[in-house]
Design a protein around this ligand. Structure first.
Ligand code: AMP
Ligand code: TRP
Length: 324
């Protein structure tokens, strides 16, 4: 059976960009493939953090993933720091990865440009990511578009290691994108991202979502309600495609083009579509919040399943590299 691996940082709340770009795919794929989902807390400490907050966010992210539909009977959900082998494999990979290649990573360039002093961990972030994936011999990695470059690097690392220590040992992992590979923020300008403050959280209450939708960017050329709009360049319409039933999406497009509906009418329909998707997620989250021990238990089980695979890989890698 093909094996998938994906990770998400416990950096704040899960938002609908994460959900549509990646997490929804995990929920769908867990039924067809052996699935490992990892809350990558070691990656998160490459940014400023507080220990107590990190602990809470890691728990919160696991809870949100379960609420979103990750089924612990189907998928192995675990926390990266619970499986020590990740950092050991990352070290081996660091010794094979050219610094120049790491410096060319777009995310590294963006992050480091905003920093006065750049920690080596930021540079090596994608090497740890390669270790995450390859430790489980995963061949498919469902992520958003922003991770494609990191995955190219993972493949290069796999090729290099294989050429040097064991041809064919690691698979070359491929990205698997969703149809909504890049969700823009409600400002319609940039990628939806926690750090830009333009997100809708997956667990956000209905009224708060509406307060964000109402002023959100639509077709910039549509000034008055009587102007016909162009759904293809409207960010709200992109969200309709993800949340609204297909028949209604067609109706939305037609009403926009003919100026039958104003943007507020259109947003009300979107809000309703979002409610249908998000209400069961909120309900599951509430149930889990009432039983925090259940989340810890699931993560404990997940870590022990993950460890079994990780320990076998590390033992083989150590053997092939001349350590044992
Ligand atoms: P992050 O929040 O950066 O840890 O991302 C977690 C996952 O969500 C990764 O697979 C990202 O590619 C994906 N992702 C993050 N933001 C977006 C977005 N605005 N649109 C689509 N996918 C996203
Ligand atoms: N870099 C990823 C992100 O920001 C998170 C991540 C860490 C990851 N390790 C991974 C994603 C392994 C996929 C596979 O979203």
């Amino acid at each position: 059976m093909p094996r998938i691996f994906s990770g998400i940082q416990p950096s704040g709340e899960l938002h609908i960009g994460n959900y549509l770009g990646a997490v929804k795919n995990w929920v769908d794929l867990q039924h067809e493939m052996e699935t490992f989902i990892c809350v990558v807390d070691y990656h998160a400490i490459t940014q400023a953090f507080e220990p107590e907050e990190l602990r809470q966010r890691t728990h919160g992210m696991a809870l949100s993933l379960l609420a979103a539909g990750i089924d612990p009977e189907k998928a192995t959900l675990f926390v990266q720091s619970h499986v020590r082998e990740h950092t050991e494999l990352a070290w081996f990979f660091m010794t094979l990865t050219p610094v120049g290649e790491l410096e060319r990573q777009t995310q590294y360039k963006d992050k480091s440009a905003r920093m006065e002093s750049v920690a080596a961990g930021i540079l090596n972030y994608p090497v740890l990511q390669a270790a995450d994936i390859l430790l489980y011999h995963a061949d498919t990695v469902p992520v958003g578009e922003d991770q494609i470059q990191h995955l190219e690097l993972s493949r290069e690392i796999a090729r290099k290691w294989n050429a040097r220590f064991g041809e064919g040992y690691f698979p070359e992992p491929q990205a698997r994108l969703t149809p909504t590979r890049r969700i823009l923020g409600l400002d319609g300008q940039a990628k939806m991202s926690k750090s830009l403050g333009n997100t809708v959280a997956l667990l956000e209450p209905s009224a708060a979502i509406w307060d964000k939708l109402r002023p959100a960017m639509t077709d910039p050329a549509r000034v008055k309600k009587t102007d016909p709009g162009n759904p293809d360049i409207c960010n709200i319409f992109q969200l309709h495609k993800a949340f609204t039933p297909p028949d209604t999406v067609e109706q939305v497009a037609a009403q926009c083009r003919s100026a039958g509906w104003g943007c507020i009418d259109c947003k009300k329909v979107l809000h309703q579509g979002m409610e249908e998707v998000l209400t069961p997620i909120r309900t599951r989250a509430e149930a889990l919040q009432a039983t925090p021990k259940r989340v810890a238990e699931i993560l404990g089980d997940g870590a022990s399943r993950a460890r079994t695979v990780a320990q076998r890989t590390i033992a083989e890698v150590r053997q092939k590299m001349g350590f044992d």
